[in-house]
Design a protein around this ligand. Sequence first.
Ligand SMILES: *Cc1c(COP(=O)(O)O)cnc(C)c1O
Length: 242
Amino acid sequence: MAEAFDAARMAENVREIREKMAEAARLAGRRPEEILLCAVCKTRSSETVRQSAALPVDLFGENHMQELVLHGDDGAYLGKPAHFIGHLQTNKVKKVVGRAAVIQSVDSVRLLEAIDREAEKQGLRQEILFELNIGGELSKTGAATDELWPLLEACAGRKHVEARGLMAIPPAFDNGDDSRRYFAMLRELMEQAKARHYENARLDVLSMGMTDSYLAAIAEGATIVRVGTAIYGERYYPPKEA
Ligand SMILES: *Cc1c(COP(=O)(O)O)cnc(C)c1O
């Protein structure tokens, strides 16, 4: 099972990933410190998450509210931030707001409003990213790319959310380089959004690239790469529904 994946192997994996990330940054004329490594720990035990938190990963990515709560309550992140990256139903918003430093998967005005209301109740300002379905795939979550503008407009007047950027999961390919044009599309969308000067939108975060594609994503401007398998090994059981 996933638990058998030993700590030494995990440390070696993270070391290799950071080296490759730094090299990809240099090749792209970027500073390695600009790019954060998000460890995607869905399905992993709190013990495994804790072991990985001691390694040079910058933050954690959680797909399911229950795991965010469990890992958080177990102290498994060792004080590092956790971001929510899974599909979020409005009835789960309550438990995710405040616990997640950033909710990366905001894909509807309805969800945005629910987050804003809950953040107001808790007296905080919740940072968010808009998740876009950049490949237009029926099977994927995320807003259609032309919904980005109404989302940014809906966010503009709100006091308890702040838009920090965009997130996407492009179509899967055998080769990370094939993902690259989708990453370029996401970067271009963010540049367009910046040029329109929306209120309440700092737009300095691009979350894109996973195990098979994080180097191509860095070449196209990713500031967060979300890596699971390359850190923790294969996932052996399907994640529970969020
Ligand atoms: C699972 C997941 C990842 C990581 O995928 P790997 O291929 O295991 O690196 C990244 N982002 C999201 C949204 C995920 O659900």
